[in-house]
Ligand binder design. Structure first.
Ligand SMILES: NC(=O)c1ccc[n+]([C@@H]2O[C@H](COP(=O)([O-])OP(=O)(O)OC[C@H]3O[C@@H](n4cnc5c(N)ncnc54)[C@H](OP(=O)(O)O)[C@@H]3O)[C@@H](O)[C@H]2O)c1
Length: 288
């Protein structure tokens, strides 16, 4: 296949590009200075870049807290940009797989979210991502949208990288216990994404996330534990469990955002590997 990846320099995008190439596909991953998702005229240039079978959109405004102050920028990238992209894909006969987020939910559920669960984003980031989903579906009803959650990967800033770095530096660690979600390794999500486009899965929204749900506190313990085991370190791991109100942030986060991946599995896509296996690979790739 000939695949266009937007956001190919990002944490997920780099793994998607690598996985596509590993499976022998031709990949174009233009940087944002070449194709600016926020600029409709720039997005229109995609039609001149080549003949693509698929476009995978990993580009987004991902600074969840900063988005509360930069509403316009977040909207341009997360809400309007995906709409421009979907229109160009529709006109050029390119199939689109767009990435979205668990932050479209309010986290009031107590069982894993299915794709048809009611959405109610709590902040600007989630609201703009939801508008992006709607813009994609309006312009290209046959698009595939994958909502994912709690990403961590070797190529970018992520929670486990920050935790491991702080622990190594001997800092006092405090992490929330009352937000629960599914840590998702970008290497595994990249495999899921490429599996989905190779299988030409039916259009619509799918949830794709790691199979283990836990709190940020439990995730921090596991991540540091994996790093400690790999490097045979004896430094103790001591993380104070705290509640969300003890760690105020500009944007509210869903307290529970476990995603049901049953629909994706029913479509024949294999589940991701257990978190312990993914973390072992992650810490081996980590350069902290
Ligand atoms: N991180 C998470 O925990 C998480 C959770 C759920 C869902 N998601 C979703 O997963 C996707 C990937 O997230 P990520 O964490 O891998 O993102 P990331 O590391 O922040 O990367 C964002 C990408 O978007 C590109 N980009 C920014 N502005 C652009 C523009 N104007 N035009 C074109 N490209 C632009 C960036 O390119 P430059 O480097 O050139 O700026 C970068 O490649 C996003 O859709 C995000 O909403 C993420």
């Amino acid at each position: 296949m000939n695949v266009l990846v937007l956001g190919g320099s990002g944490m997920l995008g780099q793994d998607v590009v690598a996985e596509l190439k590993r499976r022998g596909n031709d990949v174009s991953a233009p940087p944002s200075r070449e194709i600016d998702l926020a600029d409709p005229q720039s997005v229109a240039l995609i039609a001149q870049l080549g003949r693509f079978d698929w476009c995978v959109n990993c580009a987004a405004y991902t600074a969840v807290d900063k988005a509360e102050d930069e509403k316009q920028r977040a909207a341009e990238l997360n809400a309007m940009g995906p709409g421009y992209l979907a229109r160009v894909c529709a006109m050029s006969g390119i199939k689109l797989l767009h990435i979205s987020t668990d932050f479209v939910f309010d986290g009031a559920a107590s069982e894993p979210y299915r794709e048809d669960a009611p959405t109610r984003p709590l902040g600007v980031y989630g609201r703009t991502k939801l508008l992006g989903e709607e813009a994609v579906q309006a312009a290209l009803p046959v698009a595939v949208i994958i909502r994912t959650a709690w990403l961590f990967g070797a190529n970018g800033k992520s929670f486990p990288r920050t935790m491991i770095g702080a622990w190594k530096a001997g800092k006092t660690l405090k992490v929330v216990t009352d937000q629960v979600g599914c840590p998702t390794y970008t290497g595994d999500l990249a495999r899921t994404i490429v599996d989905a486009i190779e299988a030409n899965i039916f259009p619509g929204i799918y949830h794709a996330a790691g199979p283990d749900s836990m709190s940020w506190h439990a995730f921090a313990l596991k991540a540091i534990g994996a790093y400690r085991t790999l490097h045979d370190l004896s430094q103790p791991v001591d993380i104070e469990p705290i509640r969300t109100e003890q760690w105020p942030t500009a944007a509210m986060r869903p307290p529970y955002s476990v995603l049901s991946t049953a629909k994706l599995q029913a479509a024949g896509i294999a589940p991701m590997r257990p978190l312990d296996v993914a973390l072992a690979e992650f810490v081996a790739r980590l350069d902290v």
